[in-house]
Design a protein around this ligand. Structure first.
Ligand code: NI
Length: 180
C-alpha cells in the first residue's frame, strides 16, 4: 500500500466530472481503493474521493466514527468503507448547516448546507451491492464525497461566507469536524 499525493484546490482534476468504473473488482481498482484508505487514515480524514488523488473515477472512501458521528443520536456510525459508482438521493427538502473541511483545502472550514438524511447505493470491490439510508455526519460525508465525483467542492455550496475561514481563526466549534 502507499500514501498518495492529494490534489489541492486549483488543480483541474478536482473540477472534472468523473467516469464510472467499468470493473470494480479489477486489481488496479482494488489497489487504488487500498491506497485511498491508507491515505485517508494517514491524513486523519473522514473521506477521500478518487479525483483527490488525481484519478477521475467514481470512487470514494469514507468513515463516520462513533467519536465524530456520536454527537447526534440521528447519526449512523460506519467504519472505513468504499463506494464505487455511487448514486446518492437526498431525502426530504430540509437542509442543515454543518462544518466541513476538505483534504484538498487544508487548514480551512466552512458551514455547508446539506440534507440531514440520504439514501445511497453503489458497489464495493467485490461487486457486492450496497444500499443504505443514513443520517447526520455519515450523510454529510457521503454528500461531500459524492460532490467530488461531479467536480463540486464544498466551497461551491457555501451560502453564508461569514462561516468560512481558517481553522485557527474559527476556533473550537469548527475544529471538531474532520476533513474529507
Ligand atoms: Ni473533500
Amino acid at each position: 500500500m502507499a500514501i498518495l499525493k492529494i490534489a489541492r484546490m486549483g488543480h483541474p482534476v478536482l473540477l472534472q466530472r468523473c467516469l464510472p468504473v467499468a470493473d470494480p473488482g479489477a486489481p488496479e481498482i482494488r489497489r487504488l481503493v487500498a491506497d485511498m484508505m491508507e491515505t485517508m487514515e494517514d491524513a486523519q480524514g473522514a473521506g477521500l474521493a478518487a479525483p483527490q488523488v488525481h484519478v477521475p473515477l467514481r470512487i470514494f472512501v469514507f468513515r463516520a466514527s462513533l467519536e465524530r458521528a456520536g454527537q447526534d443520536k440521528e447519526d449512523t456510525v460506519i467504519g472505513s468503507s468504499v463506494l464505487i459508482n455511487p448514486k446518492v438521493e437526498l431525502l426530504g427538502d430540509e437542509r442543515v448547516q454543518g462544518w466541513e473541511g476538505c483534504l484538498s483545502i487544508p487548514g480551512m472550514r466552512a458551514a455547508v448546507p446539506r440534507a440531514p438524511r440520504v439514501r445511497y447505493r453503489g458497489v464495493d470491490c467485490d461487486g457486492v451491492a450496497v444500499e443504505r439510508v443514513v443520517s447526520g455526519f455519515h450523510a454529510r460525508v457521503v454528500q461531500h464525497e459524492n460532490d467530488h465525483l461531479d467536480g463540486i467542492l464544498y466551497t461551491m455550496r457555501v451560502t453564508d461566507f461569514s462561516l468560512f475561514g481558517f481553522n485557527e481563526e474559527l476556533g473550537q466549534a469548527a475544529a471538531r469536524e474532520q476533513e474529507s
